[in-house]
Design a protein around this ligand. Sequence first.
Ligand SMILES: Nc1ncnc2c1ncn2[C@@H]1O[C@H](COP(=O)(O)OP(=O)(O)OP(=O)(O)O)[C@@H](O)[C@H]1O
Length: 502
Amino acid sequence: MAVAAYGQLNVEGLASWGSRSVDCFEKLEKIGEGTYGQVYMAREITTGEIVALKKIRMDNEKEGFPITAIREIKILKKLHHENVIKLKEIVTSQGPEVDEQGKLDGNKYNSNIYMVFEYMDHDLTGLSDRPGLRFTIPQIKCYMKQLLTGLHYCHVNQVLHRDIKGSNLLIDNEGTLKLADFGLARSFSNDHNGNLTNRVITLWYRPPELLLGATKYGPAVDMWSVGCIFAELLHGKPILPGKNEPEQLNKIFELCGSPDELNWPGVSKIPWYNKFKPTRQMKKRVRQVFQHFDRHALDLLEKMLSLDPSQRISAKDALDAEYFWTDPLPCDPKSLPKYEASHEFQTKKKRQQQRQNEEMAKRQKLQHPQQHARLPPIQQTGQSHPPSHWAGPANSYPPPVSSGPTHHQYGKPRGPPGGAPSRYPPSGNPSGGYYPDRGSQGGGYTSGSYPPQGRGQPYPGGASGYAVGPSNYSQGGQYGSSGTGRGSNLGGNRSQQYGWPQ
Ligand SMILES: Nc1ncnc2c1ncn2[C@@H]1O[C@H](COP(=O)(O)OP(=O)(O)OP(=O)(O)O)[C@@H](O)[C@H]1O
């Protein structure tokens, strides 16, 4: 990995940053662990403010400070928007640190660097993974609108996110959604001719042009991921869960049809097209597969899942789509129900523990079948159950609560993740903005295994043909052409409403 020499983290405009010690914060709980660091919920000791501390992983760095962290810091420093996570500060630790197991963290610099973020109660994956949870259509529209607004802001500021997925969409108990994890993000310019890496974006959300080896691309790559998230929210589970790159491409072609020069002019010039073009002709099946989505949702989804990136809808035009302007309208974020905190890391951990408990119970049953038949059921400590009287149909909703935990309620470290069932009482009265599920259109979620990350991991099997080659493929300025129709007629009012730069 590219690095900067240690001690030379010269991030413009960050003069006073890094002057405070991490000792100004009390770590409360680990809430995330990603490729590039661990994330903790923490409290600032003097003010009591709850924040998220992202520790920059240095243990793999042979020569210095990871370039991904520098990029993330630089990019976040220039982005200021309600739907983009706020980087508050950088803090450092002096001297060796120990991990959760009390082991030295093995960092040869004897010093760590942390990014301090505003704390968010949930990530979208963690939230949607709550047992029995189904998002309503107004709720899905509300989250999608915020996602598109944040992304539009990034794109007009010439930043590609390049890792849009549920666990990077953070949500607070005010219902605000923010884009996070800019570790793979980078600046682009419309006249930029250099090659970019195509080994970005987590596999299930990676667009066909990157899978086919394109190295010139633009904001349309993020819009493909948005399309996958949109369909996932409505469908209840990831729509393109490929195990490796060839399978991922195949799943895309089965859903969106096979690419050719007619539906995607220039596709045959993308480096790995000949290697991976489907051997048989496949038809587009989006409308058939998702026939339970409403007409406006389907129209929008088709435009997001356009194989040809130059025809893929932009974030701005997506916000003008009929979908967001027809009943049921997106709900007001503030009216959304509040939930107990949920992050993907914790829900994964809960599931893991639940599986372990189940296996243990099975083993014990096999060893002592009769004795166990008479014992009370094993308590599933790792699982967060809805109250038993709420174990209704799958489309019933997790109980909204009148007052969820606020940041300041996190006075002391909480117990092990998932140690206790949800504390929130059920409510039969869906309050403000909560709509009961609208038939099969309500979203839902099923637990599943997780996709390979999009961070420069080698393609499977060196011989698979995924060798980076020169590209003569150009995306052709998809972004910035705002298109015609509603956007131009109504864009003024709508732009004001979204608060995006004109
Ligand atoms: N500001 C925050 N508030 C609350 N939770 C957060 C915050 N930032 C990150 N998290 C949690 O930590 C997880 C990992 O964070 P992040 O994606 O920034 O790290 P990463 O090392 O880049 O991860 P990955 O490799 O999965 O992309 C997130 O999915 C989220 O659950």
